[in-house]
Design a protein around this ligand. Sequence first.
Ligand SMILES: Nc1ncnc2c1ncn2[C@@H]1O[C@H](COP(=O)(O)OP(=O)(O)OP(=O)(O)O)[C@@H](O)[C@H]1O
Ligand SMILES: [Mg+2]
Length: 334
Amino acid sequence: MAESRLIEARSLARSFKTKGGTVEAVRGVDFEVRAGEIVGLLGPNGAGKTTTLRMLTTLLEPTSGGARVAGYDLQSQPREVRRRIGYVAQVGAAPSAGTLVGEELVTQARLQGLSKADARARLVKVAPELSLDGLERRALQELSGGQRRRFDVALGLMHTPQLVFLDEPTTGLDPQSRANLWEHIRRLRDEDGVTILLTTHYLDEADALADRLLVMDDGRIVADDTSEALKARISGDVIVLSVGDGADPGSVEAVVREAVGVRKLHRGDGGLNITVDKGAVAVAPILRALDAAAIEVEGVAVSRPTLDDVFLTLTGRSLREGEAPAPTPEPLAS
Ligand SMILES: Nc1ncnc2c1ncn2[C@@H]1O[C@H](COP(=O)(O)OP(=O)(O)OP(=O)(O)O)[C@@H](O)[C@H]1O
Ligand SMILES: [Mg+2]
């Protein structure tokens, strides 16, 4: 059923002509997003995430390829698409002085074609969903970073879209505000059935929030799967094994290789690092084989790979630089 797919991107591409030459921002990506999913578009700075979102929200013409979004063709039916989607841009636009939260939400809804009464009714529903109730009469520039970002999300929801695009919804927020916004985003899906495509370069965010990940690098989608499946497929689990001082490292390695299918093996600080497909399954045969060879085991631990390991395997680079920022103190009211 075509209805169950809210996004179908086909060879979607965009390049930019600049003084320094042509920038291939998005190099022909194919992917789908199904109704009710939260999909994370994960990638480092400059990967092409925002460009992809701007194309899917009709804000930017593709150079080639296209997409169906919310059941309509992006290029020939942009108005139908726009009516059904919400978009929260990467950085909130600077508010004009004195704009009130509630007023701005109602104004935006009216710009989308809602009547005054419908816009007000929608405000009464959306404000509590984003914990903005009680803040309707506050000026926008008085909001904290977290409140401001929740306001941005509310703005994208006022016309009851089926599909919402969030571009780095939590960048710059402290850990508590990030977790709080994650909860709101999850609730939008769970309670209102809103489908969500969000970009992030935070691995923990992708892991915690998204049902499925599109990993993007240099204009390409290099992986498309659940976080768990990506970890299992690409990195394997690592068993860290330490043995008694008397044991010869070479023969320990030989015994391990004989006992289970080893993907990778190297000597680390904590002991022998053994990469296998399924750590929990491999531990018992390894221990039995070492016991049979009379090699004394002092410790064994299994660790699951992280999304960063996945990214490193896929692209040869680390995403760690994009890890969550240290909490910054709230600025004092001036
Ligand atoms: N209007 C433009 N003109 C020229 N180049 C552009 C333009 N917009 C984007 N680019 C380039 O396209 C590439 C992809 O940019 P994009 O904003 O999509 O990345 P991103 O994945 O959203 O990165 P970030 O995580 O930093 O937001 C970058 O190399 C960027 O410099
Ligand atoms: Mg971006």
